[in-house]
Design a protein around this ligand. Structure first.
Ligand code: B12
Length: 253
């Protein structure tokens, strides 16, 4: 049984993972098939091929590929990993391995994210994955992109109790609170956090953002959040727009 599991887990569902011969033009030749480096990166992550993933990242960065597109390709690879987990082809061990590969790729991409020449802080963001949820890869990407754009980020980590989030907001007075979520059982803690902020009179002075693979507009509505996305770049764009609005004199803020 254990053997069957391993074989199933290791068997790539795509033909992309045989041999990778980058040709330096953003496209790769894999087992005779020409595919984009981004697709090959997603496939390498989905097939749990760490060296291949890291190698593609290096080659793509060297040929000038937008690092945010590389992050998105990594995210798509993780989406596929989740699909295989759901289908019973991958188990927890494969999820853990995939997360490690994702981190290795993201670590190499992060230094290439454009940094703004912003001298002043654009705003403060308190960020957390709430109680019941330990997924943090997406949250960490959002934090990296925010910092690259001149935001100050107070990252509270994972499995954060609503009370701790409210206390951090009371102490740090951020303009934004971001909650990341990948597992539905954390929804009540998110709601509790928003209610606590409202109860302490802190909700009106900040924007609440939610993001992560299981978020939907309906969840945002239920929570009373101001913004919802499954794309970290869109979250950063929202914070930038709100920050500019505040600097223009608080119109609508
Ligand atoms: C990797 C992974 C893990 C790793 C996490 C490692 C880590 N350090 O994060 C480990 C192995 C620990 C893990 C554990 C578990 N997992 Co898991 N996991 C995944 C997997 C495969 C990928 C998630 C991921 O990192 N994606 C990549 C990131 C980059 O994407 P993202 O989070 O969406 O982030 C992007 C955007 O959403 C955005 N973003 C994210 N957060 C925020 C926040 C803000 C404010 C903004 C603006 C933007 C933003 O930025 C990112 C880039 O654009 C998913 C599958 C899937 N389809 O998502 C399952 C998945 C989330 N896991 C699942 C489950 C069930 C579990 C376990 C319960 C398994 C178990 N039996 O123990 C445990 C849960 C433990 C817990 N209590 O949290 C389920 C959840 C089902 C559900 N509907 O609730 C999923 C969906 C798998 C599945 N299809 O069944 N998991």
């Amino acid at each position: 049984m254990a053997q069957r599991r391993t074989q199933a887990a290791r068997a790539p569902s795509t033909r992309l993972s045989r041999r990778l011969l980058p040709n330096g033009s953003g496209r790769c030749t894999i087992g005779g098939t020409v595919t984009s480096g981004l697709e090959a990166l997603s496939a390498a992550i989905a097939d749990l091929k760490r060296e291949e993933a890291v190698k593609i990242v290096g080659l793509e960065l060297a040929t000038g590929t937008d690092p945010t597109r590389l992050l998105e390709a990594c995210r798509q690879g993780m989406q596929e990993v989740g699909g295989r987990f759901e289908a019973g082809r991958y188990y927890l061990a494969e999820l853990i391995l995939a997360a490690e590969i994702f981190k290795a790729a993201a670590e190499r991409i992060a230094p290439h994210l454009a940094r703004t020449a912003q001298a002043n802080c654009r705003g403060r963001v308190v960020l957390a994955t709430m109680r019941g949820d330990i997924h943090d890869l997406g949250k960490n990407i959002f934090a990296t992109l925010l910092k690259a754009q001149g935001f100050e980020v107070r990252d509270l980590g994972v499995n954060v109790p609503p009370q701790a989030l409210a206390e951090a907001v009371e102490r740090d007075r951020p303009q934004f609170v971001g909650m990341s979520v990948l597992i539905t059982t954390a929804f009540p803690a998110m709601r509790e956090a928003v209610d606590l902020l409202a109860g302490r009179g802190l909700r009106e002075s900040l924007r609440v953002l939610i993001g992560g693979g299981v978020t939907t507009p309906e969840l945002a509505e239920w929570l009373g959040a101001d913004f919802q996305t499954r794309d970290a770049s869109a979250g950063v764009a929202y914070c930038l727009a709100e920050s500019r609005r505040n600097q223009r004199g608080g119109v609508d803020a």
